[in-house]
Design a protein around this ligand. Structure first.
Ligand code: HEM
Length: 422
């Protein structure tokens, strides 16, 4: 280890002196605590805009240290070069610690990854997701009608953003919706930084609670299968699936179910919060959606780009040079997708939200072999929400004086969004 003072931090004050590995040049050291810095918590996506322009790659000594690859083309390359940048383990130190589980398929590299990914692709493919459209739509309409009947002030996250995706996803996984608040609570502890100050112990506990719950559920589904009870939930499907001619073990089913649980329960909720906050604050954009629903597909891609909120990490598999920087085997690489999605080298005028932007090659769902498996479902839910909501509630605004708390971490988003309707 060598020791040098960090360059002027763009974020909060780091410890006065920090240790960095000898191969890290001093001019690339920039303290960023992506969980706790005030600047990150205020604007989990935009805080990287300045850093991306300053550094193609920088090194933050926080959380045992990591390289941050900031630009679109470089991030895309990292996603695609699995031989050099492994997905095992996922997340950075200081992150979730998923109850000690190695999740499938997200923590496998090719070629093994493909075998497990192939098991879930059909469940989330466009054809299967398309069959869910009517059900998602009627669920959305019921929620919106209830909101309209409840008055003209709502807390959007609790009343809608959490409800729609959670209802749909608990059904798919075969979980009881009545327990959704408990599930969401666990996932938040795991994925959001707001709890990190309570220490990683709480995250590990949440991971253990999810593990225990899913283990019990998997055992019950296996018993159902043995007694001939038919079900079409994903866990039952996984219990009947094979890799290399062998049935999945219950441990493998658990590691896949765990990933789906944390990937499916929070991300679409987060997208709803960020999208509706933007639309509440920007009546011109809202009007485009109200007046012409054909704009919605483009609006979804653009709002995903502008608000890109899922951040990924990789591990360097051997000493290599990347973006002009010498990286060592075992170095961690952080891919803040918001930084890439606002990179002016790829997106003209990136801070302008343009629903007609074409092309829009955002990385909100990542790229390469691990590109989001749930993107069809996420897009459909968002599309239905934007359609049905604006047909009934074309005007709304953020409640005056409301303080909107944000969270950052693996999945960024809003804690609350108080809206005034009409
Ligand atoms: C707007 C909502 C969503 C966003 C922005 C999003 C984003 C992402 C990103 C960036 C990755 C790549 C992670 C990596 O490379 O390390 C990913 C992977 C994944 N996502 Fe999503 N996601 C969303 C919704 C969903 C939903 C609804 C599901 C359903 C369960 C889902 C399931 C998955 C799975 C299973 C993976 C791992 C794929 C693999 O390793 O091959 N996602 N997601």
């Amino acid at each position: 280890m060598s020791e040098h003072a960090t360059a002027r931090p763009v974020s909060d004050t780091p410890p006065e002196r920090v240790d960095v590995p000898a191969h890290v040049p001093a001019e690339l050291v920039h303290w960023v605590d992506h969980h706790n810095d005030e600047v990150v918590r205020r604007d989990p996506v935009g805080f990287m805009d300045e850093l991306r322009e300053k550094h193609r790659v920088f090194y933050s000594p926080a959380y045992e240290g990591f390289w941050a690859v900031t630009r679109w083309a470089d991030q895309r390359e990292v996603f695609q070069r699995s031989d050099d940048f492994s997905s095992s383990p996922v997340g950075l130190p200081g992150g979730p610690g998923y109850g000690g589980l190695k999740m499938l398929p997200i923590e496998l590299d090719p070629p093994e990854h493909k075998k497990y990914r192939a098991l879930i692709n059909p469940v989330f493919g466009p054809r299967r997701v398309g069959t869910m459209e009517d059900h998602i739509r009627s669920t959305a309409v019921d929620l919106i009608e209830n909101i309209l009947a409840s008055g003209d002030e709502i807390e959007f996250m609790a009343a809608y953003a959490e409800q729609l995706p959670t209802r749909i996803f608990t059904e798919m996984l075969g979980l009881p919706f009545e327990e959704h608040k408990k599930f969401i609570g666990w996932v938040r502890v795991l994925l959001h930084s707001s709890q990190i100050k309570e220490g990683l112990a709480r995250k590990r506990e949440a991971g253990a609670e999810i593990t225990a719950y899913l283990t019990d559920l998997i055992d019950r589904r296996a018993a159902d299968i043995d007694t001939g009870v038919d079900s079409d939930d994903i866990i039952t499907l996984l219990l009947g699936s094979e890799v290399d001619g062998e049935k999945l073990t219950s441990d493998e089913v658990l590691r896949m179910a765990f990933l789906l649980f944390i990937a499916g329960l929070d991300s679409v909720t987060a997208a709803h919060g960020l999208f509706f906050r933007f639309l509440a604050d920007n009546p011109e954009h809202r009007r485009q959606i109200v007046e012409d629903e054909d704009v919605i597909d483009g609006a979804i891609e653009e709002l995903l780009r502008y608000n890109s909120f899922v951040n990924d990490a990789r591990t360097v598999t051997h000493d290599l040079e990347f973006a002009g920087v010498a990286m060592k085997k075992g170095d961690r690489v952080w891919l803040h997708s918001g930084a890439a999605c606002r990179d002016p080298r790829e997106f003209e005028d990136p801070l302008t939200v343009d629903f007609l932007r074409r092309p829009n090659r955002h990385l909100a769902f990542a790229a390469g072999p691990h590109r989001c498996a749930g993107s069809n479902l996420a897009r459909l839910e968002l599309k239905i929400s934007l359609q049905e909501w604006h047909r009934r509630i074309p005007d709304y605004r953020v409640k005056e004086g409301a303080e909107i708390e944000m969270h950052c971490g693996g999945v960024g988003g809003l804690d609350t969004l108080p809206l005034v309707l009409g």
